[in-house]
Design a protein around this ligand. Structure first.
Ligand code: SF4
Length: 491
C-alpha cells in the first residue's frame, strides 16, 4: 500500500476512535449536538462532523471538551487504549557530575536547556540545509509554551526558515519529552533526528551517539559504592575525585559560584514574574521580614526559604541557574548549603565536597530512575533535589556513610507520589514554594538521620526503585502536562 493511502487510513481510524468517544461522552452528559456546540462556541454542524469522523476539533476545542466532560486531554484524544504506553527507555551507567550540574537559563532544563542543545547540535550537523522542521511531542508540546521550549528552539534556528509544530495527539512515543528535527534541502526532507530530553538538560538521540552522557563510574548503586568505600576506607568525596580526576574541584567551585550569584540576584530582585500569572517575587521580602522576637528555628526556616525562593524566582524569570538536578528544582540545594555556610562558616572547598556527594546521589537517581517531572512527576525533581541536599548536608556535618544514606533515603521517601501540576505550564506555582518546603525537609531528614540511622529498614537503592515505579504508575495528567491537579482546578 502506498504511503499516502496508509497515512489517510491511519487518520481515518484515529478520527473514528475519537468520534466514538465523543458521542459516548456527549450522551452520558445528556446534551445534544447544538448544546455542545454552544458550550464550545462552534456550530452543531461542526460537532456533527466530529462525531461522524469527518474532521477533528482544533486543540482549543479539545481543551474545552476535556473541561466540559471532565476527562483528561490524553484520554479524550488518545490513539491507543490506556495502559499501552511505550516501554521505558533502557538506562545506561553513571556519567560524570559535569553532566548532572549544568549551568543555563531557566525555567526548565528538560524544556529549555535540552531542546536548545539538541537544536544547536542538529544545526551544526546540517550546515547546508535550506530550512528546518521541528515537531514537539508529549510534555514538550503541552507545557512547551509556559516552559519556554518554543522560544529557545526558534532562537537557535533564527538564521534559517523554521516550521515548528506542536503534536498533542501522538501518544506512542518512547519518552514523554520527545522532539523530531528534520533538515530540508531543495524542498526535500533529507535527514531526521528523534531526540529525547531525559531530564536535567540531558538528551539522547535515537540511534546516535551525539549528546549522550558517557558512563564513567564503575558502580551504579549506592550499595555497590558503599561496599567499595568500606573496603578502601574512603569517604564519598574521595571516591568522586578518584573517578572524575582532580579537576572536578574547579568544576564544582564554578558550580558553587553560579549558585551563590543566583541567590544574590534573586534576593535583590522585585516585581512580577513573566508569564501572565502575576506571581510576585517574594525572596527579598522573606529575607528581610524578621521579627525582633523571632526564634532561632523560625529564623532558620525563613532564611533557608528566602534563598530557595531567590534561585527559583531567578529560574522562573529565565535567569541563569545550575540544574540541581533540574532547573525546576534548582533552588533547594543551594539554599540549604548557603544557609549552613553563612551560619557555621564552612569554606567553599567544604561546600564543594558536599556538592560532590549531592551530585553522586543525584546521579544514582538519574541512572536508576529519573530526574524528569515529565517521566515520574515532581517526586523525581523536588524529591531528588531534597535527597541530594540531605546527603550534602550530612556530608558537611561529617556524618557516617550510613547516616548520609539514611538522610537521602528519608528525604526521598516522603516525597513519593508527589505530582507535577504546574499552573499554566509555568515553573512558578507550585514549583517555587516547593523548593522552599523541600529545603526545610532536607534539614529535618538530616536531623532524623543523626538519631535514627541504626534502626532503618529501607535502603536508598530501594527508595529510588520505588520512586521510579511510582512515577511510571502515575497518570500522565500528573507528569508535567499541566492537565491535572492545581493546573486543572486553578481558575
Ligand atoms: S511541579 Fe515540580 S516537576 Fe513540575 S515543573 Fe514544577 S518543580 Fe518541576
Amino acid at each position: 500500500m502506498i504511503e499516502s493511502v496508509k497515512k489517510r487510513n491511519k487518520v481515518k481510524n484515529m478520527n473514528e476512535d475519537f468520534a466514538c468517544r465523543l458521542v459516548k461522552l456527549r450522551k452520558e452528559a445528556k446534551i445534544n449536538q447544538k448544546q455542545l456546540g454552544q458550550l464550545i462556541g462552534v456550530s452543531d454542524r461542526a460537532v456533527s462532523k466530529w462525531e461522524c469522523g469527518l474532521s477533528r476539533p482544533s486543540l482549543d476545542a479539545c481543551y474545552a471538551l476535556s473541561r466540559i466532560f471532565k476527562v483528561p486531554l490524553d484520554e479524550l484524544i488518545a490513539n491507543k487504549p490506556k495502559g499501552l504506553e511505550a516501554e521505558p527507555r533502557k538506562k545506561g551507567g553513571m556519567a560524570s557530575l559535569k553532566e548532572l550540574y549544568r549551568v543555563g537559563p531557566g525555567p526548565s532544563s528538560s524544556h529549555t536547556i535540552a531542546p536548545s542543545r539538541a537544536s544547536k547540535l542538529f544545526l551544526e550537523a546540517h550546515p547546508d540545509a535550506d530550512a528546518f522542521k521541528v515537531i514537539l511531542y508529549g510534555s514538550l508540546a503541552k507545557t512547551g509554551y509556559g516552559h519556554g521550549t518554543e522560544s529557545v528552539v526558534k532562537e537557535v534556528f533564527a538564521s534559517k526558515p523554521l516550521s515548528l509544530e506542536l503534536d498533542y495527539l501522538t501518544v506512542d512515543i518512547a519518552h514523554p519529552n520527545t522532539m523530531d528535527m528534520i533538515a530540508i534541502k531543495n524542498g526535500e526532507e533529507y535527514d531526521k533526528w528523534r531526540v529525547f530530553s531525559i531530564g536535567g538538560g540531558t538528551i539522547e538521540i535515537e540511534g546516535r551517539e551525539e549528546g549522550a552522557d558517557t558512563p564513567i563510574y564503575p558502580h551504579s548503586t549506592f550499595d555497590g559504592i558503599s561496599n567499595y568505600l568500606k573496603e578502601k576506607n574512603m569517604r564519598l568525596p574521595d571516591y568522586v575525585e578518584e573517578v572524575e580526576g582532580a579537576d572536578i574541584w574547579s568544576f564544582l567551585e564554578s558550580v558553587w559560584q553560579t549558585m551563590k550569584s543566583s541567590i544574590d540576584r534573586g534576593l535583590s530582585a522585585e516585581g512580577a514574574l513573566p508569564g501572565g500569572l502575576d506571581v510576585q517575587r517574594k525572596a527579598k521580602t522573606l529575607y528581610k521580614r524578621g521579627h525582633i522576637d523571632e526564634t532561632a528555628e523560625t529564623r532558620e526556616n525563613r532564611i533557608v526559604c528566602a534563598f530557595a525562593y531567590a534561585v527559583s524566582e531567578e529560574n522562573a524569570s529565565g535567569g541563569v541557574v545550575v540544574t540541581a538536578p533540574t532547573c525546576g528544582a534548582s533552588g533547594l540545594l543551594p539554599a540549604v548549603l548557603r544557609y549552613q555556610q553563612i551560619k557555621r562558616g564552612f569554606t567553599d572547598s567544604e561546600i564543594c565536597c558536599a556538592l560532590a556527594v549531592a551530585g553522586l546521589f543525584g546521579n544514582l537517581i538519574k541512572t536508576n530512575a529519573s530526574i524528569s517531572g515529565a517521566e515520574c512527576g515532581c517526586q523525581a525533581e523536588i524529591g531528588s533535589a531534597c535527597s541530594m541536599a540531605a546527603a550534602a548536608l550530612a556530608e558537611l556535618f561529617n556524618m557516617e556513610l550510613e547516616q548520609i544514606e539514611y538522610a537521602a533515603e528519608v528525604a526521598m521517601e516522603h516525597h513519593l507520589g508527589l505530582t507535577c501540576d504546574p499552573i499554566r505550564g509555568l515553573v512558578q506555582i507550585p514549583c517555587i514554594e516547593r523548593n522552599a518546603v523541600g529545603a526545610m525537609r532536607a534539614i529535618q531528614a538530616v536531623n532524623l538521620a543523626n538519631f535514627l540511622s541504626d534502626t532503618r529498614k529501607i535502603s536508598f537503592d530501594l527508595v529510588v526503585q520505588t520512586m521510579y515505579e511510582t512515577g511510571r504508575d502515575m497518570s500522565k495528567i500528573y507528569r508535567e502536562t499541566a492537565e491535572g491537579g492545581l493546573a486543572k482546578l486553578y481558575q
